[in-house]
Unconditional design. Sequence first.
Lengths: 677, 322
Amino acid sequence: MATNTVALKYWRCLSWHNGTAMKKHLAHITTSSDTTLWLLAALLLAFAPHTLRLPMTISVLCLLFGLWRFTIERRSGATLPHPIIRTFILCITLIIVYLHYGTLLGREAGIALLACMLALKLLEMRTVRDYVIVILLGYFLAITLVLYSQTLPMAAYMILVAFMLTATLIDLNLRQEQRSIQTNLKLTAKLFVQATPIMLILFFLFPRIPGPLWSLPDDAHSGTTGISDEMSMGSISNLSQSDEIAFRVAFDNRVIDNELSYWRGPVLWQTDGKNWSSGKAASINRTLSYRPKGKPINYTVTLEPHNQKWLYGLDLPATVPLQATINRDFQLITKSQVKELKRYKMTSYSEYETGPLTVDEIQRALQLPANRNSRTIALGQQWQQQLQDPETIVNRALRYFNQQPFVYTLKPPLLGNNPVDEFLFNTQQGFCEHYAASFTVLMRAAGIPTRIVTGYQGGDFNPVGNYLIVRQRDAHAWTEVWLADQGWVRIDPTAAVAPERVELGAETAFAELFDRQSTLQFESTFLTNNWLKLRYGWDSLNNSWNQWVIGYDTLKQSQLLSRFGVDSIKQMAIAMVIATVAALTLLLLLSMHRDRKQQDVISSTYQRFCQKFSAIGIQRLPHEGPVDFARRIITLRPDLAPQVHQINDLYIALKYRPRHTQQQIKNLQQQVRQLKL
Amino acid sequence: MKYLPPSIEHLASRLFNLERRSGNDRSDSIVLTRRRIYILPTYYGVLFSMLLMLLLVGSTNYNNSLGFVLTFLLASVGLVSIIHTYRNLLHLKIGTGKASAVFCGSVATFYLQLEKPDSASRYNICIRFKGEPPVITNISDDAIAEIKLTRPTTRRGWQPLEQITIDSVFPLGLFRAWSHFTLPKSCLVYPQPAEQSLPPASKGSGTGKNNTPNGGDDFIGFRSYQPGDSPRHVNWKAAAHSNDLLTKRFGDNESSELWLDWDSRPDLDIEARLSQLCRWVIDAEQSGSQYGLRVPGTTIPLGQGSGHQHRCLEILALFELA
């Protein structure tokens, strides 16, 4: 009696709906140390790329919390820190985050806060519920990774993090004795593989609402590089050290020559003798304001986010992409900063004739500060008096650059308060902006309206993907002079000094200056050829990635789906639901069908085996499993033991073990057929 | 695992008319077919979908395509897990095994066999009576898993196998598939043996002498504990050292004939009398006597052995019930 009561009490106590303490206890025993280690590894993976971006203190703090939990897990008998200690740590952490950012909101502070909370949660993680919450927060941390980089490797990394976290979630739902890394990884992989088609359906069909839904924090898109709308001596040469991609261009029919590959960015008028800027904003053009000559060039640009309010087009753009305008300087202007990958179709003419200037434009194109660069101004004025004709003056200046010992270099010496004077008459070492700026000063002094155009020049042609890659190192500055009979004419003084820069591109011109060895130097060798192919192949892959994944936005979605007759958001939603349900149903049917078909053959074969025995009076009882039945047969007919054993083992293996071959099924059929009683 | 509030599941059951469909089955075993299995998100599933909403809003806000990739990947994994959870129960065959008779007040044990018809392993299947702790099992290579469900008994007679809930949240814990079913299996519950072992007031018609099987004063040895033994006779000291409980035996070590008579304790009500008779049957069997049972309407002749004891106890268990 007594023992029964005790047992009864024990069971009542364990009861699911009885007593929170016992519930917690139960929840605890289902999580194991292995689960925690898995989870810690997954979180470390999710956190690793953030460690360098976050302030040192916060990174170290988070890693310390993780390490703390790790040691608790490893050392038997160690317990989680007391709630009071945890609250204390929480307050300290909040203060540290606040001191670093001055706020707890915004992207950077938000990520820091998320990481800290997650790390702190590790110190109180005990029940299944805690584990699930940590895993969900881990997914959140994984998504913050792609706010900084959306490259293909980052995507793979993010999916790896999600994979690890999901494996931990599965681990929580497996019984102790079933837990093995192999089972778990196999299950997770199965889930992910099966989820992929549905993910693609959702990705392409989920109606995209153009974001942002509310104004983003200021730090939302920091850390992008590119040309700015101001220039000083040295600003572009800084850019030129970067291999980062500015944009990619796919031409519709023919590829243009490198000498014509000028990609127009900001146009600079205003100068104080040292720095150059756009000055007054140019008015917006409604119609094409120049007379194109020659054939149009059609192409598509995929612009990397550069956080500025303009697009790049081939000199000179003739069309205007959606959500952009063109101004009188022939610059493509957007309403807001380019914060995500942008893809646009363009038409340009490389030969053109622009019209007359306004009075205001003439004034701005001749503006020079009087108190700086007096020697340069004097030289310009001297040329004006000697030569008179603007075209002759331009050629005189280009000859000057060509014949004087000017050096085209990425590392020009620092210049003082009269930079153009110092460059022209002393150092004579400079990058494109030095040549453009000094040429402009000379021309303006000689009374020729001149302006600086910044942008990119050249690019690598990728033969694998058939497109042009323009990188930051292709950043360039050139000038335009206004001649009465031709309008604005592009003059690139850099070409007078280093023609190979314009003809072959920046990489060749500076081959010896780049830290790594130029690929072109070894072009002839087999290894380099393959390396080049590989590099172009990789970039081509990245390009497709950009086109189809990163660049897949509201516009592209509606373009793509309208081809299939799906036009409205409502239709998209319906198509998405139907496709998803169909995919899920198909998955269920497929997984059941595969089992069923084989099982039918196996079962009917075993049925025949049983029938043979029932014919001689040994009937299989309804409750009797195959093992028991075989045992009974053998006691009744010991002579049949080897055959029965063989058939029975094969049958059990086929029916209940996950892996088997067609050969085994055939084998079973054959053995049953051959069984003679 | 945390589930949704019972009221929601109850509503779902009502909606799908679950109660009517289950429980009508009179065959020895049931198969969890498509129509028997229901599936709903768990509390964690709701949390997970809230996370997905958050990720979706974030991805939209930052126009982040990779954010969408992760959001949709997780959503798809969640959706695919529905199929896995569902498949975890689908086509399982549940059959009953033996259920030995117990004394009232102790725990009735039912054995169930879970059999999977295909090669796909099943993990973390919980089986329970309502309000009881679940028994968790996997069915992998062995194809059949036997589990033991227990239920406390409070009344003598046939205790039917109550409604059983089988459920699973495998693999992600985001969805719970469940089914309720009953199986036509009962466990015989004998009356609870009375604590005091008093001598039968009336002697039988035979030559039996007044015998109190365990009631003598002489300690005559130990035997293993049987349900119904008085806790005062259990050798607790020995129990501290081993798993087996021993009961001290008292009395005369003399075999005899004995009639256990309904009318010997007219002072007690029906249930108390049955308890008393039950105690006497146990004691008589243990003392090795030949004993018979007389209750209104039935007389069991003198006999001995476990079969005889079971017959007597069955009469007592089902007295005025069947």
